[in-house]
Design a protein around this ligand. Structure first.
Ligand code: ANZ
Ligand code: ZN
Length: 831
């Protein structure tokens, strides 16, 4: 790495590192970024609530934090400078597994490790110049916070949205805890990478599935979200329309229900499959087939859901010795257990239609089962080609439905099933309930007491919080026995209802519970009457701009939406969607890969800041590309940003110390026009969150002003001063320390953050531009807006960079360029 410290100090005037402490102190003592009122005040004021996904305190801030906070801070500062009262809060997502793992490793209390890291990060946030209102500060691991997790858990419990049930769940053998589906990535634990296995356990759930349809419907309020995230959520929720069909099974009283998206193919069902790991499989197994079934079950266990659903995987299964009866034609079809059917989706059983479903066809071919085409789609015969046909067509071999179209037959068959009481139209969702309990220590204790006589008894509200025991527990999980179960004194309590001996629930809540509502508490983090202060909610919520990673698409962002809706329904919130607009920042990579200790490609944020100063690091993060793109740190260097900021600093110095001239020359007029054009462009780009392009405009403005100082009208001209002041105000969104210092050198105070965003004089710009027609060989190919006084050379350069011209030329060489500034450019091609 080049020695950039030299680069910084070789410029005598610019070393932002020397002013960091000074400005931190000034901002703090003036309360520069504190809103006028967190929970009341002027009804009319334009307000903006900008929230970054809060930080997990696993150590000091890293490059990824620097990126998301550089982006969100620029957005918050811009809103504030444009006159909106802007709340930009700070908090920590401070419960969670890594604290425990670090505690084992270093023999520490998870508390000590966590709070030490929080202090380090808080200091780093200040040194990065992030414009938080620190009065919002909260930590989810404080009893004052997690008390309200417990309170919310109990409110949802009262409405039946919290429940405890036996479930086959994802279990990480390494971390010794259950995981939500969202935390299993490609069959592995999201945290440690261990292969996740299935275990049957009694767990706590939030009934997010009750909200599946509303989570879909309310997406029409989310026009300010990236469409990609909505698509991911839509797929995760996985709505399917179809029908339930009940099949009688020989020797069984109760029918077995299946879900199908294709009721029109009912006459093509040639066998029946149940998930091998559903209780139903054992129930449907004939006594003389138990051995084969057990053998299969032992072999099939262990595959992940993704593997089981993969279409390219050889199909396996076992005949259960029983038969199901097709309710429409009375046909007896054999019942199999297989792993390509999932226990947790639909009913865990399917009617198999091999001609029109590829997985069924693969299974039929593997098991030598009949294939019967019942939809004529015009495609080749599936039993011959091995390719199932799933297009539209006309029914064949389907009794009285033969000849109907797929769409008509779906309606007709559903009607017939309903009439006979053996089926109905139905909708299913892939979404599962949110499994929220964890067998870990460092989380919110579940506020339930188990009593032999009374069953589950909620801890009364006035006894909240149920605090984590601080001693007497064994942190390291022991054969699946949760740490809290080892805190005997803590566990044994009298039942709140009958006063008999009872035991506390020993699970803790997933940290996604904590993070599903923290943004509601920021306006009043000390509120003691409830989880959030209604006055603060009225003033700030919902969040106007939410900024964070897209890895949270189907986890956190879905949970927060669900919780908001359930609180709305409980009468606790006046709105149904928490985040009006969402920005997903990309990742910071190194050499094309995510930075990680194990790859040895970590770039240390503090080293970067020590070398280049916080402002240059921030500028580099933002200038590297659009906020949502990944940045490869190997491709960028804060070096260029250092140079640019030094140029701004020097301009401020020169203008600040120059004697004022009379001004008003023609040259000065041209400078003013450029300045206002660039202000207009930068403003529009900032509004559209195109931060990197906005910076490019500011760089151009710097060039214009440098030239104005060097070749006229000179540093003392009012037009030049106006331009430099505008530049410094705009730059303060990205490089706050440099901008503050420059502002002071320009003779202003007390803070550029209060100076407002410059306003472009539109009349000045309108008069100053003309439409220039760009031609190739006399044919109009493009039109561009240019300054009326543009010179021929500049216009030629602009014209030659037009995509319209390049396209029309199609690679042909240029013979001549005729320039008539500012109205016309004609490019003559070589023929
Ligand atoms: C008969 C059929 C015929 C089907 C046909 C499809 C095509 P989506 O769209 O994802 O909701 N299915 C139902 N439950 C299942 C389970 N637990 N595990 C695996 N597959 C299951 O898929 C619904 C379709 O997937 C259902 O419609 C069922 O197969 C299968 F030409 O029923 B179908
Ligand atoms: Zn009791």
């Amino acid at each position: 790495m080049t020695s950039s410290v030299d680069d910084v100090s070789s410029d005598e005037t610019y070393d932002p590192r020397t002013v960091v402490d000074k400005w931190i102190q000034i901002w703090d003592s003036r309360g520069t970024f504190d809103v006028s009122s967190l929970t009341g005040g002027d009804e009319q004021a334009d307000r903006r609530y900008v929230v970054s996904m809060f930080s997990y305190p696993s150590g000091d801030l890293h490059m990824g934090h620097a990126e998301v906070y550089s982006i969100s801070d620029a957005m918050a500062r811009f809103a504030r400078m444009r006159g909106a009262e802007t709340l930009f809060p700070v908090g920590w997502d401070s419960f969670g597994l890594p604290a425990e793992n670090a505690a084992f490793k270093r023999d520490l209390d998870p508390r000590d490790w966590t709070y030490r890291n929080i202090e380090t990060q808080a200091d780093s946030f200040r040194r990065l110049g992030i414009s938080f209102d620190w009065r919002t500060r909260l930590h989810t691991s404080d009893p004052e916070y997690y008390r309200w997790n417990q309170w919310l858990f109990l409110r949802l419990y009262e409405c039946g949205l919290t429940y405890r049930a036996d479930a086959t769940v994802n279990w990480c053998p390494n971390d010794q805890t259950v995981l939500a589906n969202e935390q299993v990535v490609q069959g592995r634990c999201e945290r440690c990478g261990a292969q996740v296995i299935k275990r049957a356990l009694t767990q706590w759930f939030f009934k997010i599935t009750d909200y599946a349809q509303r989570l879909l419907d309310d997406m029409d309020q989310l026009a300010g979200w990236p469409p990609e995230i909505l698509t991911m959520q839509r797929n995760w929720i996985g709505r399917s329309e179809g029908a339930y069909v009940d099949f009688a099974v020989d020797g069984r009283d109760e029918p077995v229900r299946v879900f199908t998206t294709r009721p029109d193919t009912l006459f093509g069902a040639t066998f029946f499959v149940v998930a091998f790991d559903a209780p139903l499989a054992a129930e449907l197994c004939a006594p003389d087939h138990k051995d084969q079934f057990e053998a299969y079950r032992a072999k099939a266990a262990g595959a992940t859901e993704i593997e089981r659903l993969a279409t390219d995987r050889p199909k396996t299964g076992v005949f259960l010795g029983s038969y199901a009866i097709n309710p429409l034609n009375g046909e007896r079809i054999p019942v199999y257990a297989a792993d390509y059917v999932l226990a947790g989706y639909g009913t865990g059983a399917v009617m198999a239609v091999p001609a029109h479903d590829q997985r069924d066809l693969d299974f039929a071919r593997a098991m030598d089962l009949p294939v019967r085409t019942v939809i004529d789609t015009g495609e080749p015969e599936p039993s011959v080609t091995g390719v199932a046909t799933d297009g539209a067509g006309v029914l064949v071999e389907s009794d009285r439905f033969t000849g109907q179209s797929v769409a008509d037959a779906q309606t007709a068959i559903i009607a017939e099933l309903a009439e006979r009481g053996v089926g109905a139209a139905a909708i299913t969702y892939r979404l599962r309930d949110w499994l929220l309990s964890r067998q870990r220590y460092w989380g919110t204790p579940i506020p339930i007491i188990h009593c032999g006589a009374c069953g589950e008894v909620p801890v009364p509200d006035d006894e909240l919080p149920v605090r984590l025991p601080e001693s007497g527990y064994q942190l390291r999980p022991d054969g699946g026995k949760p740490p809290l179960a080892s805190a005997e004194d803590w566990v044994a309590v009298p039942c709140p209802r009958c006063a008999g001996p009872a035991r506390r629930d020993t699970d803790t809540m997933d940290t996604f519970v904590d993070s599903s509502w923290y943004f509601l508490r920021y306006p009043n983090p000390d509120f003691t009457e409830g989880p959030f202060d209604p006055a603060g909610i009225a003033r700030w919520l919902p969040v106007d701009e939410y900024i964070g990673g897209k890895e949270h698409a189907t986890g956190h962002l879905l949970y927060a939406r669900f919780l908001t809706k359930s609180l709305h329904d409980a009468g606790l919130l006046p709105f149904t969607e928490p985040f009006t607009r969402l920005t997903n920042q990309g990742q910071v990579l190194m050499d094309g890969k995510a930075m990680s200790k194990s790859l040895g490609n970590l770039v240390n944020l503090q080293d970067q800041i020590d070398q280049y100063g916080p402002d240059a690091v921030r500028i580099t993060m933002i200038f590297a590309g659009p906020p949502e793109d990944d940045i490869d740190w190997a491709d960028v260097s804060p070096h260029g940003a250092v140079k640019w900021l030094a140029r701004i600093w020097r301009l401020a110095d020169e203008i600040g110390s120059a004697a004022t001239l009379a001004g008003d020359s023609a040259v000065a007029g041209a400078v003013r026009r450029s300045v206002h054009e660039l202000i207009a462009k930068a403003t529009e780009l900032m509004t559209g969150k195109r931060l990197n392009v906005a910076i490019a405009q500011l760089m151009q403005l710097t060039n214009v002003l440098r030239k104005a100082v060097d070749t006229g009208p000179g540093a003392g001209d009012p037009a030049v001063r106006e331009g430099v002041e505008a530049l410094v105000r705009m730059v303060s969104c990205f490089a706050p320390f440099t901008a503050e210092e420059a502002w002071e050198r320009l003779g202003h105070g007390p803070s550029v953050a209060d100076a407002g965003w410059p306003v472009a004089d539109l009349d000045l710009i309108a008069a100053a531009t003309a439409t220039c027609i760009l031609q190739v060989d006399g044919k109009v190919r493009d039109r561009i807006e240019v300054a009326v006084d543009i010179d021929d050379d500049a216009l030629r350069t602009l014209a030659m960079s037009s995509p319209g011209i390049a396209k029309a030329l199609g690679g042909r060489a240029v013979a001549n360029v005729i320039v008539r500034a500012p109205k016309l450019v004609n490019v003559v091609s070589q023929r």
